[in-house]
Design a protein around this ligand. Sequence first.
Ligand code: C5P
Length: 221
Amino acid sequence: VPEPDLAGRHVVVTAGGTREPLDPVRFLGNRSSGKQGYALARTAAARGARVTLISANAALPDPAGVDLVTVGTAEELRAAVLKAAGDADAVVMAAAVADFRPAVYATGKIKKQDDQEPAPIALVRNPDILAEISARRARPGQIVVGFAAETDDVLAHGRAKLRRKGCDLLVVNEVGERKTFGAEENEAVVLGADGSETPVPYGPKEALAETVWDLVAARLD
Ligand code: C5P
């Protein structure tokens, strides 16, 4: 039985990947399975926290003992995070949020036109929710954690992203075969705004989740 070191705390976790609809049958999405976010929610609940899990398109069973909020798009995720973050001690943004969405939503299915060139899809930028909640903390001392998937120069890109986003901790994953997207295992480095660097060896997503909560718990007063 783990130490109930998050008892009395409210934590918000986002999981999965947003889908940005083009028309009633198509969307722009990503390969996030939601497994890391669900592991974060489960482990926080086991450590005594009240957990709000905001889940975007994860095909996973509902975890016991957490408040589950399901969303589809980045805008819906943003609204759910802002609402839940109001009284949260920590917000962990494990979801893969689409950076762009289609500029227009076609209410009828887009038809293929055989004799025409394919039409380009115009995109507009989605809000950066992590940067937004980091900039205006809903309560003093709130800890904000981001995730970043990188393919090269992982630490340098991670440090720059941590500064840009303004969060307290950034979990940097190296994307590769058998790692990260859809996998059961993960390998990461957790960077702290205080300059700390915590390597997490290749292993189950639960182990990475426990390390994240260790670092969060140490930063809560
Ligand atoms: O910039 P990048 O997408 O690599 O950053 C990833 C982190 O930022 C994740 O924690 C993700 O949940 C968050 N994010 C966000 N809003 C976006 C894009 C990413 O909150 N529009």
